[in-house]
Design a protein around this ligand. Structure first.
Ligand SMILES: Cc1cc2nc3c(=O)[nH]c(=O)nc-3n(C[C@H](O)[C@H](O)[C@H](O)COP(=O)(O)O)c2cc1C
Length: 365
């Protein structure tokens, strides 16, 4: 494998694109449709290699430990994300390989060691998506209770992680949440000072955490208007934190030769053939335990929760999708994480038809 000269998430394309959620059944969708993604390992590898060869910037898994019930028990299948990234490191060449990690579940010293391992195995392509988490039934699997101030715990976790990734002399750490002795982490990461970081969050404390600690916030929006407000709010926090953090968002994509075909497929998998009981449970649990969406999303956008876990939809022809992406870039997004019903089936057309339009628009090379 060639040595990667620069990380795809640093420099490179002005507007970054990656695949999101391929480590779990359905990716972000909740459906009974025959095309439903089952996260079969060979399909995952095929999708990752397609994305890598086409020059997409990143491959990003979600972190899930339990399904959402219903006929499909959506998301009951998912691969652990450090080992996922490590396995893909040997099977891809250029693409950034993220791991998505719960700060409450994975100890920071273990996370640092695992992330450094992926960074070495991929010659500097590792990335970390930090999720402070929300899903108490998942925490119950580990005998854990979510603390009230989850981002205070997250800040300590992050400080320990980054110090461990330096791979230097052993250090002690004493905070409100961690009391650690003689922490060492050689060989540390290849990337200096540490691998690229996202923080998946929406709330004001989540935004402050991302602005002060991470390279990017990974956040949701309902409309362009909402996105404009969220980006302005986040930029004010970035300025206050004297950082340079950018904004990424997840979207779900159906790209077809005609608008009608795209809309018909969207309605088929996200309405007619959705798994309604799993959508109900997913929405109810998120509404009561997670601040990851603007509360009005639950009343207005059920189809989006079935279609892509409440993310923004990009449904249409290659031209319509490219235009939307250009508009989102112009609003201030640095990149999008794309979810498809079935990445192996959907990626070829998307890569072939949408990427050249983005190149022509000058936002990707
Ligand atoms: C774009 C996005 C992606 C997320 N991905 C995950 C995930 O993969 N696993 C998870 O448990 N939580 C995920 N979350 C939830 C966050 O970890 C967090 O618990 C939630 O957003 C509540 O925090 P907040 O109040 O800062 O938004 C995600 C949130 C966002 C906004």
């Amino acid at each position: 494998m060639s040595r990667v000269k620069s990380h795809p998430m640093r420099g490179g394309n002005a507007f970054k694109l990656g695949v999101f959620g391929a480590n779990a059944d359905g990716c972000l969708s909740i459906t009974n449709h025959a095309d439903r993604w089952m996260a079969d390992w060979d399909d995952v590898v095929a999708a990752a290699q397609m994305a890598d060869r086409a020059g997409l910037d990143f491959f990003l898994p979600l972190a899930r430990w339990k399904g959402f019930g219903g006929d499909t028990n959506a998301r009951h299948i998912s691969y652990e994300t450090f080992t996922f990234a490590a396995a893909l490191a040997g099977l891809t060449e250029q693409i950034a390989l993220f791991s998505t990690v719960h700060t409450l579940i994975v100890p920071p010293v273990y996370a640092a060691k695992a992330l450094a391992t992926v960074d070495h195995a991929s010659h500097g392509r590792a990335g970390l998506n930090i999720v402070c988490g929300w899903n108490q039934p998942e925490f119950d699997m580990f005998g854990l209770t979510k603390p009230d101030q989850v981002y205070d715990q997250g800040k300590e976790w992050f400080e320990i992680l980054t110090r461990t990734l330096e791979g230097g002399a052993p250090f002690d750490y004493k905070g409100d949440y961690f009391d650690l002795k003689g922490v060492s982490g050689a060989p540390g990461s290849v990337q200096d000072p540490h691998p690229v970081t996202l923080s998946a969050a929406f709330s004001p404390p989540g935004r402050d955490f991302a602005a002060s600690a991470c390279d990017c916030i990974f956040t949701t929006f309902n409309t362009h208007e909402d996105a404009r407000e969220t980006i302005a709010d986040f930029r004010a926090r970035v300025e206050k934190a004297d950082s340079n953090a950018g904004v990424f968002a997840p979207v779900h994509v159906v790209c077809r030769p005609t608008t009608q075909e795209a809309e018909d497929y969207y309605t088929a998998y996200a309405v007619t053939e959705t798994d309604n009981a799993a959508v109900d449970q997913h929405m109810a649990m998120k509404k009561s335990m997670s601040g990851s969406h603007d509360p009005k999303a639950y009343d207005l956008y059920r189809k989006r929760f079935a279609g892509g876990a409440g993310t923004y939809p990009l449904i249409g022809t290659p031209e319509q999708i490219a235009d939307e992406m250009i508009a989102l870039h112009d609003l201030g997004f640095g990149g999008l994480a794309l979810s498809f019903v079935n990445p192996k089936y959907e990626l070829p057309y998307f890569l072939d038809r949408v990427l050249p339009l983005l190149k022509k628009a000058g936002i990707r090379t």
